[in-house]
Design a binder for this molecule. Structure first.
Ligand code: GMT
Length: 380
């Protein structure tokens, strides 16, 4: 198949899933065309059947807000025509699904029928999408999609309860490439960060409010009073500065390392003992899956789709959003030397349920169904 993939190319779960999916589909000999405003972060190589088309956003003094959606739709029209694509797959509803709808209508006037699949990732529904400033367009473009997928049962439920949807939504969870995300021998990292064999706690995120990074720091502070521990914070975003200030004020700055955006996050996860995900909302929790694949158990909230990934008492433990005391108790329980090896083993076992090879065929099936339906419509 020749597939056009549209996503946010920056650091973030939906872009990671879209790019890793495209790379895996290319390995299966599909022709994959990424259509984005910059090269996706995880698109770190190009092969004979992987392509990247840059969306040019022309500005004009009249435009206070450059019309990205129009530039994207125009680029989609262009790439579908020149590369003779079979299908478009857009990740994150806003504004990708509505731009795909526009491209589809334009192409129809030229006698080209291009179906599009929309994958809902989370905040495009739970946070931004249901805001009244976007809701009508989001509902419309989901309903107009030829196929819709959501990354968890919870996200599907949220979508159906907040939008008037009359199309089927297929749940396809996030996936993990276990060849890349696996425990590696990086003991020199551990020695450098934890010279006295302290327990190493890790959090990675885009430091948005919804991630509640301040809770990570509070949890760490309590744990540190009970056992020797260090904390690594990976990623960057709007809350980072405030969190750094808080660590200074709390007097724990020496035990916390801010590493910013990291490419080889699996190298640090390899030396971690516990991953902390105290998110307010999380449709799936890809960062937790990456940790689990590197044999790191997870303490998390029970928000959104996280319980579909992190199994309480097995791969980690779950608490209500903001229940710091419970998260601290859970963390201390897992970090106990009598429990930690079992939790680590179980974390990897659970991650294997989401192995790339198990999830990829689900997307291929969606594409095949969409193309079959389209063919039947043309015949009628
Ligand atoms: O978590 C973020 O803020 C990034 C966001 C995105 O769209 O890039 O991630 C969402 O999609 C990921 C991939 O499907 C999911 O694993 C994350 O749980 C989801 N984030 C939220 O729902 C907050």
């Amino acid at each position: 198949m020749k597939i056009g993939i549209v996503c946010y190319p920056t650091y973030g779960g939906s872009g990671v899933v879209a790019t890793e999916l495209g790379k895996a589909l290319a390995d299966e000999r599909h022709h994959i065309h990424f259509i984005t405003y910059s090269q996706p972060t995880r698109l770190d190589y190009i092969t004979e059947n992987l392509y990247y088309h840059k969306v040019d956003i022309r500005t004009y003094p009249l435009f206070e807000f450059p019309p990205y959606e129009l530039a994207l739709a125009s680029k989609m029209v262009n790439v579908v025509k020149t590369e003779k694509l079979d299908l478009l797959h857009v990740h994150y509803a806003i504004p990708h699904a509505s731009a795909a709808y526009m491209a589809k209508q334009i192409l129809k006037t030229k006698g080209i029928n291009i179906p599009f699949v929309t994958t809902l990732h989370g905040t495009d529904i739970t946070l931004v999408g249901k805001d009244e400033s976007y809701e009508p367009v989001v509902s419309f473009s989901i309903n107009q999609s030829d196929g819709v997928t959501a990354v968890s049962e919870d996200l599907k439920k949220e979508t159906l309860s907040h939008f008037d949807i009359h199309t089927d939504i297929k749940v396809i969870p996030n996936f993990i490439d276990l060849d890349r995300f696996k425990k590696q021998k990086k003991e020199h990292f551990k020695k450098a960060i934890c010279p006295n064999n302290e327990k190493l706690l890790i959090h990675t995120s885009n430091f948005r409010k919804v991630k509640r990074v301040a809770d990570v720091v509070k949890i760490f502070c309590h744990i540190k009073k009970k056992i020797p521990a260090k904390l690594i914070l990976i990623g960057d975003g709007p809350e980072r500065r405030r969190i750094e200030d808080e660590c200074q004020e709390m007097g724990i700055f020496e035990d916390v390392r801010f590493l910013g955006k990291l490419e080889a996050v699996e190298e640090l996860l390899s030396v971690g003992d516990l991953f902390i995900m105290p998110s307010e909302k999380e449709s799936f929790g890809l960062a937790a899956l990456e940790a689990m694949a590197c044999e790191v158990p997870v303490i998390s909230t029970n928000a959104g789709g996280i319980p579909e990934l992190n199994l309480h008492g097995v791969s980690g433990m779950l608490s209500d959003v903001g229940d710091i005391d419970d998260m601290v108790n859970n963390a201390l329980f897992i970090l106990d030397d009598n429990n930690l090896p079992t939790f680590k083993e179980n974390a990897l076992k659970r991650a294997k349920d989401f192995e790339l090879s198990k999830i990829l065929p689900m997307y291929e099936e969606v594409y095949e169904n969409v193309l079959r339906r389209q063919k039947n419509q043309v015949m009628i």
